[in-house]
Design a protein around this ligand. Structure first.
Ligand SMILES: *Cc1c(COP(=O)(O)O)cnc(C)c1O
Length: 474
């Protein structure tokens, strides 16, 4: 066995050991930042160290600062996990070290992207001719889709934005829901469309765009219009009413409808959830994350555009027109804001293949069922309110202190106590002016037992926070 082989085998052992301990390890623990800095820090070594020692020491020293976000009881943000086949394919992608920029640099990476793209369009029920880009996450997927929209809207207005930029271009009216994800605004900011000049459409109690309000906004727009809707609100999981939004947008002469479905788009792959995304196929572009609900390791997002030529024109490094190569070979860089790229298609491909259509639908449904189970377990306790309709995998929870008082402060105290307890991890948010605990179930490995253990831990922390509060007199 040569040194490299020994190194990779030992690394596999370390990774395997971590994953084995993951379900029982505290999901997070108090971090001693100074200790972490000391453990990992020091001056850059002048002469190199033995690779095996570097890896052993890295694994040992990083451990206290690792969060169990890949494990079954991490409910913070919307993070997903890594199904085993995706993790393994991701390792291979590193070992193969393919550059997925161009077909000639890795025919295998190009073809795997092609195949995975076709499978994804099929799963989401989107037209076969759509183009698909494999990007780093939903932020870049949103960015790419909005760049394609900018191309198309301005081309129809007689302006070539790739050649001539935005200075002097016809203005694009941008319409987003009050609840648009911050990364939509970040994309607008990066694209020169501005985050503050957007028209904000009022939303309802679940965070869904109100169609009458959208129509009022659109009625005031004369030129090109970009409308950004959402499938899967990051707090409530709610879906904008896409069919009605499509109908409203289609009345404009020059409009583009984008759907941010970072995790919610996966509902389209589940027969029992498809009603939530009715109308989806009427949009012009879609963004989603593979590292969220497809459960592939970071970083992996997907952008889909109906008008492949617009997508190509916005991203290509070459001429800003659509080039069909002789064999139709796929050059990945034409569909993403990158040149040299990680071959992230391998992990997406492996996840889809190992789950299959049914396995994927089952995983997503299971997460939703567990979210409902946690909501039901929590709402049975005194003083606990579930603030949202649990239509997907997201639950918002609010806690009233025993004997009454400041529910915002109490909810935050419960969240902090749960985070310290370590049984599970979840975060907080402010929902319509109220502090709330946010639970997201998006990991393939979460079981009913994990959900129940977590509910018990949350209720235990609630009782303890209540008792402390009564002792200290509020
Ligand atoms: C997570 C999320 C994003 C951003 O995705 P990243 O993968 O973090 O870039 C965008 N929109 C929504 C609705 C999200 O949930």
């Amino acid at each position: 066995m040569d040194d490299r082989d020994a190194l990779l085998r030992r690394t596999a052992e370390l990774a395997g050991g971590f994953l084995e301990r993951l379900p029982d390890r505290p999901v997070s623990r108090a971090v001693n930042l100074d200790a972490l800095r000391v453990a990992l820090g020091g001056p850059l070594p002048v002469s190199g160290e033995d690779p095996l020692e570097v890896i052993e020491a890295l694994a040992r020293r990083a451990e206290p600062g690792l969060v169990g976000s890949a494990g079954p009881r991490y409910f913070g943000f919307v993070v997903g996990g890594g199904v085993p086949a995706a993790l393994a394919a991701d390792w291979l992608a590193s070992a193969w070290d393919q550059n997925a920029a161009m077909f000639v640099m890795s025919p295998a990476a190009a073809v795997v992207e092609e195949v995975a793209a076709r499978w994804l369009l099929d799963l989401f029920g989107l037209p076969e001719g759509c183009s698909v880009g494999f990007v780093t996450g939903a932020t870049m997927a949103n960015f790419t889709a909005l760049a394609a929209s900018r191309h198309s809207l301005l081309a129809r207005a007689g302006w070539n934005v790739e050649e001539d930029g935005l200075v002097g271009a016809p203005p694009i009216a941008v319409v987003v829901g009050e609840e648009a994800h911050v990364t939509i605004l970040a994309s607008l900011q990066m694209l020169g469309l501005g985050r503050a000049r957007v028209h904000r459409v009022a939303t309802d109690g679940q965070g869904r765009m109100r169609v009458e309000a959208l129509r009022e906004n659109l009625a005031r727009i004369a030129g090109p219009a970009l409308v950004c809707a959402q499938a899967g609100n990051v707090s409530t999981g709610a879906f904008d009413p896409l069919a009605e939004i499509v109908a409203a947008v289609r009345e404009l002469p020059n409009a583009w409808l984008h759907v941010d479905g970072a995790f919610g788009l996966w509902a389209a792959a589940v027969p029992g959830l498809q009603d939530r995304v009715a109308g989806l196929g009427g949009a012009d572009s879609w963004a989603t994350d593979a590292h969220k609900w497809l459960n592939v390791p970071y970083d992996s997002g997907i952008v889909i555009v109906r008008d492949a030529a617009a997508h190509h024109a916005a991203m290509t490094l070459g001429a800003a027109y659509y080039v069909e190569t002789a064999g139709g070979e796929r050059d990945g860089y034409n569909w993403a804001p990158e040149s040299s790229r990680r071959a992230r298609g391998f992990a997406v491909y492996a996840a889809l293949r190992s789950l299959g259509r049914d396995g994927l639908a089952e995983m997503i449904e299971r997460c939703c069922a567990l979210a409902r189970r946690m909501a039901d377990g929590l709402r049975r306790a005194d003083g606990v309110t579930i603030l949202n309709d649990v239509v997907l995998n997201q639950v918002l929870v609010r806690f009233e202190p025993p004997g009454g008082g400041d529910a915002d402060a109490f909810t935050r105290a419960v969240i902090a106590a749960v985070q310290v307890d370590g049984t599970c991890w979840l975060g907080g948010t402010t929902w319509h002016g109220m502090a709330a605990m946010r639970i997201s179930v998006s990991n393939w490995s979460t079981t009913e037992r994990d959900a129940d253990l977590s509910v018990e831990a949350i209720l235990r922390c609630t009782r303890e926070a209540g008792a402390t509060r009564l002792t200290v007199g509020g």
